[in-house]
Design a protein around this ligand. Structure first.
Ligand code: UTP
Ligand code: MG
Length: 588
């Protein structure tokens, strides 16, 4: 997808809205920054006083005469002493100001980024599976980790110095204008050129950065994908090829960054040359004025001193505009993530649902993942509460999709799904999902202890409840045999356990959740016959009193069901009572 069309102004505006809770902090940083101006203005003053009033013959400036006692004004030595004292005092106070500013800046920046990251992460969790499946998870990681800090670079390190520079510039300018209008205007002549240069380059840099970030994120996506599938990579001996894929991606990103560094360096060079030209012009004309006696040497020195200070903010403003482009490109990416609308949304006044009875109906439900190829077509059936539903069908028929729709991972393209006679869209999303306990084909564990994994749905569950659930799932014995028992860490995604062990832990999780509807997506497809028997035995217990949807290929499994749904090519080809154990539940 192309990047969202944000203008710079819109981006700055959004960054400030995002930063608004820290408005006072930012204001403080700005004030401390502005205090720099008086210090910069005063810095060349001691030298000018010494040149004119100690070495030269001129009286002190009127405002300084008013400030100092008459005894000092009358003595050259005393004036020299004051000038020397000023140098030290200015340096000390200036550094103190810098220290305060740095502390406040660091604190605000860290808070700002943390909050923004938290918002991005929350939003990423809300986004539909469809988004994550098409974008890949690393791109989101990159936005949260590397793009989010841009907000700090823009709000604090970009815009605030820009404002303080502008204020410094104006004050420098008014002082210089006061001393000699002509020279000040000559010095200012380079400003339009600086502005034009930074405009020209910023546009180019922004689109460059946009591309570079995309490339870099893609390179690290390779690392993540490979590390997640490291078993497969090793098994097929494809390490070298993956290495090459990473290096190729990373080199592209490197080349893009080099091009950008070159552009930025070139811009800085041109900016420096432009201001140097301005300084040269002032030096040339100023010296002539001194020769003609229209300007004192002290004044020329003062103007040249200010000129360096005048050009500094001008140059840094132009540089800022350019260097901010990287951050703006990042901010664009982070905001694009925030703007991604979750496809499954909760109604404004959604109804709470404590515990459903478990009656489920599909009414003319059709669905397609990509909007083009239909995966489910006109599915209709009714399941009474407490029934056991076996879902059969060849691979790719749409069984998992059917279940995903029921849990509202996606919304149907047409038709509706009812739970206890109410459209599932009307429920609070969290409450709805709370009604399901699922055991998947590929059980997913987190890198935590076994106990924490079992208690995933109820983090505060007492230990006895966890053990009871593990017993019910026939998992207690193997867990107890582990050296650390329930405290055993299962490793990332539970990879330190066998498939069957993981399966039983996810069963225990379902027991502990105690939800009215149970969803089993081929829970025994990955285990041996003995384990299957223990799992099925545990399942029998789990299914009591719950509406159960069981996806299975094996007839033996399906025979435990009271209702049978058979899918082929996304259509329901058979919906009826199971042949094995007839039951008085009717299927429509
Ligand atoms: P399902 O995942 O619903 O099939 O995908 P299934 O019946 O459960 O298959 P098995 O038994 O687990 O193998 C149904 C169709 O939807 C497509 C798949 O390509 C498949 O043709 N699909 C699935 C997508 O297009 N996108 C997805 O994210 C998932
Ligand atoms: Mg499936």
């Amino acid at each position: 997808m192309p990047p969202a069309p944000y203008t710079s102004r819109k981006l700055y505006w959004r960054v400030f809205r995002e930063a608004s809770p820290y408005g006072w902090h930012l204001f403080g940083i700005l004030l401390i920054g502005l205090l720099a101006t008086p210090f910069t203005l005063l810095t060349p003053l001691p030298l000018a006083i010494v040149a004119d009033s100690v070495l030269g013959e001129q009286p002190l400036p009127a405002w300084l005469q008013a400030l100092l006692p008459a005894a000092i004004v009358g003595s050259r030595e005393a004036i020299l002493g004051v000038a020397a004292g000023m140098v030290v005092a200015l340096a000390g106070l200036g550094k103190l100001r810098g220290l305060l500013g740095a502390l406040l800046t660091t604190y605000t920046a860290a808070q700002l980024v943390l909050n923004f990251r938290a918002r991005l992460f929350r939003h990423a969790q809300r986004l539909s599976l469809a988004y994550h499946d098409t974008r890949g998870s690393y791109d989101t990681v990159y936005r949260v980790q590397h793009d989010a800090p841009a907000i700090q670079w823009i709000a604090i390190d970009g815009v605030i110095p820009f404002i303080t520079s502008a204020v410094t510039l104006i004050s420098m300018l008014s002082v210089t204008l006061h001393i000699h209008r002509g020279l000040a205007l000559v010095a200012l002549g380079v400003a339009p050129l600086l502005y034009g240069l930074s405009r020209l380059y910023s546009r180019r840099l922004r689109s460059g950065w946009r591309g570079a970030k995309k490339l870099e994120s893609a390179a690290f996506a390779v690392v993540q994908e490979v590390l997640n599938a490291v078993r497969v990579v090793k098994a097929f001996g494809q390490e070298d090829r993956e290495q090459e894929r990473f290096v190729r991606q990373a080199s592209q990103s490197l080349a893009a960054k080099l091009r950008l560094a070159w552009s930025e360096g070139l811009l800085n060079l041109l900016l420096a040359l432009t201001t140097a030209t301005g300084t040269a012009a002032v030096l040339f004309l100023g010296a002539r004025l001194v020769q003609r006696g229209e300007l004192s040497l002290g004044e020329l020195l003062l103007i040249l001193g200010y000129l360096a200070q005048l050009y500094k903010p001008l140059e840094s403003m132009s540089q800022k505009v350019a260097s901010l482009q990287s951050s703006l490109a990042s901010a664009e990416r982070a905001f694009a993530l925030l703007d991604e609308a979750p496809e499954v949304v909760e109604l404004l006044h959604a109804r709470p649902l404590h515990r459903a009875r478990g009656a489920v109906s599909f009414e003319h439900v059709s669905f397609s993942y990509d909007g083009a190829r239909p995966v489910l077509r006109e599915i209709s059936f009714h399941i009474p509460a407490g029934a056991r539903v076996g879902i059969a069908g060849s691979t790719g028929a749409g069984k998992t999709t059917l279940i995903s729709l029921l849990m509202r991972f996606y919304d149907p393209s047409s038709g509706r799904i009812l739970l206890d006679g109410v459209n599932i869209r009307r429920y609070k999303l969290r409450d709805l999902r709370n009604q399901f306990a699922i055991v998947l084909q590929e059980p997913v564990l987190f890198s935590a202890s076994i106990a924490e994994n079992i208690a995933y749905a109820r983090p505060n569950a007492p230990h006895e409840a966890i053990v009871a659930a593990a017993r019910a799932a026939n998992a207690h014995d193997f867990i107890r045999a582990l050296p650390e028992g329930y405290a055993t860490a299962v490793g990332e995604r539970g990879m330190r356990l066998s498939g069957g062990e993981r399966q039983r832990i996810s069963l225990a999780r379902a027991f502990l959740k105690d939800a009215p509807i149970l969803i089993l997506d081929e829970p025994t497809s990955a285990v041996d016959v003995t384990t299957e028997a223990t799992i099925m035995e545990a399942l029998e217990r789990l299914m009591v009193g719950r509406t159960t949807f069981m996806i299975a290929h094996r007839l033996s499994t399906l025979e435990r069901c009271t209702i049978r749904l058979e899918l082929a090519n996304g259509q329901l080809v058979q919906a009826g009572e199971a042949r094995g154990k007839a039951h008085d539940h009717a299927a429509a």
